[in-house]
Write a protein that binds this ligand. Structure first.
Ligand code: BG6
Length: 532
């Protein structure tokens, strides 16, 4: 029996977590994302009885499928990717779920092909949905999920808007637009994307996905920080020495060379997932738990990142690219330059780290390192707060650096949980060493939804807390733009601290890589002007 699960618990504002009936229209329905993540997440939610009964799902894509054929294709992918392997095989469950799934052929670039969507959304024309049972009503609320590459976001929004299907058209229900990452490639493109979407959709109806925010351990950051009294008093520059935020991946880029080579680790990961983790880790308590108040606090953090000069940002950043090696399963990994759809002379980084500071009252001068890499020995995501060492007296006077600093690790994946490390006596010996208290989420919870499940429910509930607001996205790009500009003008053959690109062996441990790139540990508080 687990003590924690026997404790009374407090259910948070239920009105915010009530998904509403809607027409859930997925553009890019025959693509990878729809098949591996979105529809399996919908199916899992259905099995968990979390979806509103009246939800109707519509796949839209270019291929000429009938609804029946589309359901068959989805069946294979939903069963393969569902969390409920036993139940998922249950024929009745699939049958009932699939009766709510339909297909519409659509060429996103062709305005004519939006006519069925217009009839469905604007006129509730039942003939658009092949085989719709007579007792099923068509909901007025519409959620458009753009599971397509970002170059199509503006054209879809434009075509929907022109057909009177945008959120700014007067309609009986709500109309929301969910967009995937990458959201732009730099600040300018993100801003122009937002401008294009705003033509037809209000900002409050745009849900920009960062799937990291849907992870349970990431959501817990705010609960952990602001539902306890014992951590917040030490959560500042007086006690915290430095913070490290790491997303380490074992896989290389696989078949994603076409996308990845134009992006690289900084744009693919630092700008979004790691920056979001940074904001949640260091932001001030919001005035309330409303989405806008939480997102306002995140924006304040982004504004407090200094306006580094090109030299300074080079000194704070490191980049690397994997070379031939062996992955964790013992399989050979090619040199990044030999991966499919990668330019043979590419200087795109597959490892990036950036040590920055947040110059506000709470965290001024505390080095915060964001790092991520592919083709590494380890796979984990975590945030570690290292506390200052005790005064150099008593035990510290004798032990020096052997007395480990206290640290608090927020483990995001795998083994979601929180670890607190502290020093204690070694029994039977006149010695001291670090130990840890470990809280493991998996031990206290049976129900562990996938990030996409949470995000879909929130979008259906109208809760945008876990989605990125336009200003957040642009400010995050501002930092990455500076880094990219500095790297673009640096010699890739230079030393790591001057912007050089280090070739590292695939399968290397993160620890060795950090040593090879000579990642900086900057401790001096620096006074700056001209914050971003
Ligand atoms: C995606 C990136 O956003 O996140 C991928 O484009 C990366 O390159 C992935 O592998 C990591 O997500 P997760 O949930 O597997 O840590």
């Amino acid at each position: 029996m687990n003590i924690a699960t026997d404790m009374p618990y407090c259910r948070l504002d239920a009105t915010r977590f009530s998904p509403q009936p809607a027409l859930f229209i997925v553009f890019g329905a025959s693509g990878d994302l729809a098949n591996r993540k979105i529809f399996p997440a919908l199916y899992d939610l259905y099995l968990e009885k979390q979806l509103p009964d009246e939800l109707l799902m519509v796949g839209a894509a270019r291929r000429n499928y009938s609804t029946k054929e589309f359901r068959e294709i989805l069946r294979a992918s939903c069963l393969a990717h569902s969390r409920h392997q036993d139940e998922a095989l249950h024929t009745d469950a699939w049958h009932a779920f699939s009766q709510r799934v339909f297909y519409i052929q659509n060429d996103v670039a062709d305005p004519q092909s939006y006519e069925p969507i217009r009839r469905l959304v604007g006129e509730q024309d039942r003939s658009v949905l092949e085989g719709l049972a007579p007792h099923i009503a068509i909901p007025h609320n519409i959620l458009y999920y753009l599971a397509v590459t970002p170059e199509f976001f503006p054209v879809i929004s434009e075509n929907l808007g022109r057909m009177g299907c945008g959120s700014n058209a007067s309609a009986p229900g709500w109309r929301r637009l969910v967009v995937e990452k990458p959201y732009g490639k730099d600040q300018r493109s993100a801003a122009s994307l937002t401008e294009a979407l705003h033509k037809w959709f209000e900002e409050r109806d745009i849900y920009r996905i960062d799937h990291y925010l849907g992870k349970e351990a990431v959501q817990n950051l705010l609960h952990f920080r602001f539902a306890n009294t014992i951590f917040e008093p030490v959560w500042n520059r007086n006690y915290i020495d430095r913070i490290e935020i790491t997303v380490a991946e074992q896989e290389g880029i696989g078949t994603r060379g076409g996308y990845y080579d134009g992006f690289g680790a900084a744009r693919d990961m630092l700008q979004n997932h790691l920056t979001q983790l940074l904001c949640l880790t260091v932001m001030e308590p919001p005035a309330t738990l409303s989405p806008e108040h939480i997102r306002d606090e995140k924006v304040k953090i982004l504004r407090a990142i200094p306006d580094y000069s090109p030299q300074e940002i080079l000194a704070r950043a490191r980049r690397g690219q994997y070379a031939v090696g062996t992955n964790a399963r013992g399989e050979p990994v090619p040199d990044y330059l030999n991966e499919a759809k990668v330019r043979p002379d590419s200087t795109t980084e597959t490892f990036a780290s950036l040590t920055l500071s947040v110059e506000n009252w709470r965290f001024s001068g505390v080095p915060i390192t964001l790092r991520t890499g592919k083709a590494l020995a380890e796979k984990y995501s975590e945030i570690v707060l290292y506390f200052k060492r005790p005064p150099s007296a008593l035990f510290a006077a004798q032990c020096g650096d052997l007395l480990a600093p206290n640290s608090l690790t927020v483990r995001i994946q795998p083994d979601e949980g929180i670890w607190l490390s502290f020093n204690a006596k070694v029994p039977g010996e006149p010695a001291i060493r670090a130990n840890s208290l470990r809280f493991s989420y998996r031990e206290v919870a049976d129900y562990f939804p996938e990030a996409y499940e949470r995000l879909i429910l929130d979008a259906l509930s109208g809760d945008s807390t876990l989605f990125i607001r336009a200003d957040e996205s642009e400010l995050a790009w501002q930092v990455i733009d500076k880094l990219e500009a500095a790297w673009a003008s640096a010699d890739p053959k230079a030393a790591p601290e001057s912007g050089g690109l280090l070739k590292y062996q695939a399968g290397i441990s993160l620890r060795d890589l950090i040593a090879q790139v000579r990642e900086p540990v900057l401790r001096e508080p620096v006074l700056r002007e001209g914050l971003v």
